[in-house]
Ligand binder design. Sequence first.
Ligand code: ADP
Ligand code: ZN
Length: 289
Amino acid sequence: MLLGALEAGGTKMVLAVGNENGEILEQISIPTETPDITLPKIIDYFKEKKIEALGIGCFGPIDPDKTSKTYGYITSTPKLAWIDCNIVGIMKEGLGIPVGFDTDVNGSALGEATWGSTRGLGTSIYVTIGTGVGVGVYQNGGLLHGMLHPEAGHVPLGRHPEDSFEGVCPYHPNCLEGLASGPSIEKRWGKKAYELEPSHKAWELEAYYIAQALVGYILLLSPHRIVLGGGVMHQTQLFPLIREQVKVQLNGYLKTALLDDMDNYIVPAALKDDQGIMGCIKLALLELE
Ligand code: ADP
Ligand code: ZN
């Protein structure tokens, strides 16, 4: 069975055709321009492909509530041309097939939970640390939405006592995205994040903030495992630093076998940066079912 996958990002759109086993058979990417320019190109690509459904993992905020009038819309995004874009409606009309829809990070959480490092676990979270910070929550076998969807990249954090950097989030002085996203690393240290040496003190501060957020997620959501992805997490030296800080900050409060095995509790994505697009394939499959 052929399924379409669209990972809709603020700078590029990744389009793929895959099958029900999560195998990607072909893939292209195109720049994200305005809906008028970009959406017809996406329809043209998928029209020829004989796909039975499409899954979209989308930048947001979005409306994933099927009972809502604006279900399937991108809502209050900072990408102004895309505000109130009915992306699901336009794809359904253009392709005439079922369309599954969720946040990009919920897509990644689903990809990892179906075919990756959190397969078989009831509750897991996927955190991306990139241009933005986002969290997808896979909970008791499904994706968490609630009122809207988690926006846990913007949780407020306690500042490191020696940190006076103003942050990069226009909404919050102390949120995770403002203090630890790729752009915040670059603004704080005046260098591209990937140019900083693995031994640079930037990474300890980075781990301090990421760990603080993870401790919050652990206490609130009780995940069986946490996956960390996104461009910044290509700095693999962060993993041991984050695991250590999580232990320090939890301070022995939770006693479980999973937390004793930190190396298997906080892990990199297993799907080699395909977790997002594979999650979209699964979104398509779920919509068909
Ligand atoms: P996006 O979040 O835009 O979808 P990414 O997850 O690749 O894309 O994140 C991009 C951010 O990650 C940029 O701020 C970039 O500087 C940073 N980044 C990308 N690769 C690395 C790397 N190897 N080390 C550190 N930071 C990186
Ligand atoms: Zn914020």
